[in-house]
Design a protein. Sequence first.
Lengths: 149, 60
Amino acid sequence: MPYVGYTLVRIGVTGACLLAFFNLNQDNQPKIVGIEARYLLILIGLLYNPIFPIWLTREIWIVIDLIVAGITIYLGLQITSASQAPSTLKKEKLTQTDRINEQIDIPKPLSSSQLKSVEKKTDSYMSRLFWQGIFLLALVLITTAIMKS
Amino acid sequence: MSLVLKIMLFVGMSLVGIVVGAILGEIIGLPKGGFPAIVGLLFGAGSWMLASRSQKSSDE
């Protein structure tokens, strides 16, 4: 029974990494130790995948959790600041391949209106998840208190 | 605030919450698997909510 909770977290982390991977801007990707953000997202998704779970001791998972938490928060802030920065040099840096890619007009996985709709739905889902979590936490605490007494 | 930042915050804060939940659970003596996971989800969902609220207020 208790493992169900961790499976939920694994599904959440892997799903979130996939969603972020498909919405990443291909230009100006931040790097950590020379590894690009998209490869880091794939690595994190594989590490927490719920289909073939990786078995490690609790202490090792605590260390991994903290490292991954630091990496994801850092990447999130870097990606946001990179997307908000003015891209004056962007056009100058275009190579021949980039120009050809622009002409081909490769379709993006989600359009901006679809992205807005996904964001709106996720916002309301997260709000519900938060209050359900509070309720579940209260339930666990009350049950444990009753069982102990 | 972009969707990617919210996602990254969700993942990061969920994992921080799991560690906090594991340590708290150890101190209070709560069930090992369930409690940290619930705290993790709470941290993640809470950070998402805060991010979307600040996004809304900056849009207005």
